[in-house]
Every structure is written in structure tokens, then in C-alpha cells.
Design a binder for this molecule. Structure first.
Ligand code: GLN
Length: 217
């Protein structure tokens, strides 16, 4: 596979490390030449220029965000336009609407999607597939584990890949989300796309829209 890697240029890029498979993200970010920071404390969040929210369990992460004191600082950074990449549970936390969530589950409303937790059901609880992603040449191998289903994507959301007619990779301004785990297949191209948001910040108009979304929560 020929991959043109963006040079991360040693930029500090955070990976939320409260729970879930954060280590694989750290490794990919390192491979791309950025400086990964495991984020467990507000002081660590304050140092980073972008953040990956990994897969895991969104209800547990929601509780840990509160106990770690990260919830409000993270909300503020997201409202200020920090680039973010959420995979699986991370996508759930970034969505405007969670279906089948816990009623007290926190989420940030950074991307205008409605997501049903564990939406593929028991029959297809975990599976792998190859996806065509717009803008990427060859297919991307994707690992789905108790994945959420995007039941609605708002007009401002770009759907970059679909599976069985459902969005599985979406972007809105500097927020990229996937229902699957790109870090488990070891293909760095989506992390590269995310890092591009850090080197080329988004326009003020898309950030104003995000501020409004985040404020609504
Ligand atoms: N179903 C999990 C949740 O609700 C997400 C699964 C995953 O991240 N692999 O958070």
C-alpha cells in the first residue's frame, strides 16, 4: 500500500486515555510524526492541538469524564473548534443525539448525527469489511465492534463512507467520526486526514456553527 503521510511535525495531539483502546491510536499518531499525549487530566488536555476519542464504552467514558474533571474543559475546547476524531464510543460522545443511551449519559453535540448504540444488533455484533472512502484511493479495512448505527445525518454532515447504505464515516468541519475502529487495522489514512485539520485549521464559519451546537447541550 502506498500511503502519503502528513508530517505531524511533532505537534502535541491528545488521545483520551480514560478507558478503551487508546494505545493503538497513540501508536498511529506517533507513526505519523506527531507527539501523542495521553489525556487523563485537564492540564494534559490544555496542551494538545487536537484530540482522538477512542472506542470503548461510551457510558463508562461519560462517567470518567465527570470524575476526572475533564467534562467541562473538553466541552470548552470543542466549542472553541479543537479538531477531534471520535471512533465508535468516541463517535457516540460527539453526536448531537444518542438513541438507546443511558439517560444521564453526557455527549457534546459536535456533529449533527443521531446514533443508535449497539445498532447492528447481536447478529452482526462484531465484523470486518472493506470500505470505499471518498478521497482515499484503495479500500480501507474496517473493524466493527458493537458498533453504533448512524440513523440520521444532518445537512451539514459529509458522509465519507457507507456500509449497506448507512453512514459509517462522517465529517462536519474539524470533527471526524467513524462507527468502526480504524486503529485496529493499522491503516493510518484516517488519522492522517484528522491531522490535516490540525495543520490547516477550519474556516471561522464552520466553527461558529459548532459553537452553537455545543452551546445547545
Ligand atoms: N457500544 C459501545 C458504546 O456504547 C461502543 C463500542 C465500541 O466502542 N467498540 O459505547
Amino acid at each position: 500500500m502506498v500511503v502519503s503521510l502528513v508530517r505531524g511535525e511533532g505537534r502535541p495531539v491528545g488521545v483520551l486515555a480514560l478507558q478503551g483502546d487508546f494505545r493503538e491510536h497513540v501508536e498511529l499518531i506517533r507513526r505519523l510524526g506527531a507527539a501523542p499525549v495521553e489525556v487523563r487530566l485537564p492540564s494534559e488536555l490544555a496542551r494538545v492541538q487536537g484530540l482522538v476519542i477512542p472506542g470503548g464504552e461510551s457510558t463508562t467514558m461519560s462517567i470518567l469524564l465527570e470524575t476526572s474533571g475533564l467534562l467541562e474543559p473538553l466541552r470548552a475546547r470543542l466549542a472553541a473548534g479543537m479538531p477531534v476524531f471520535g471512533t465508535c464510543a468516541g463517535m457516540i460522545l460527539l453526536a448531537t443525539e444518542i438513541l438507546d443511551g443511558r439517560p444521564d449519559q453526557h455527549h457534546f453535540g459536535v456533529i449533527d448525527i443521531s446514533v443508535r448504540r449497539n445498532g447492528f444488533g447481536r447478529q452482526r455484533e462484531s465484523f470486518e469489511d472493506d470500505l470505499q472512502v471518498s478521497g482515499l484511493g484503495s479500500a480501507l479495512h474496517a473493524v466493527f465492534i458493537r458498533a453504533p448505527v448512524v440513523e440520521r445525518a444532518g445537512p451539514g454532515v459529509e458522509v465519507l463512507a457507507q456500509l449497506d447504505g448507512q453512514p459509517v464515516l462522517c465529517r462536519q468541519g474539524p470533527c471526524l467520526v467513524s462507527t468502526f475502529h480504524p486503529e485496529l487495522a493499522g491503516d493510518p489514512r484516517l488519522h492522517e486526514l484528522f491531522l490535516k485539520n490540525i495543520s490547516h485549521p477550519y474556516s471561522q464559519s464552520s466553527l461558529t456553527q459548532r459553537k452553537e451546537n455545543v452551546r445547545a447541550f
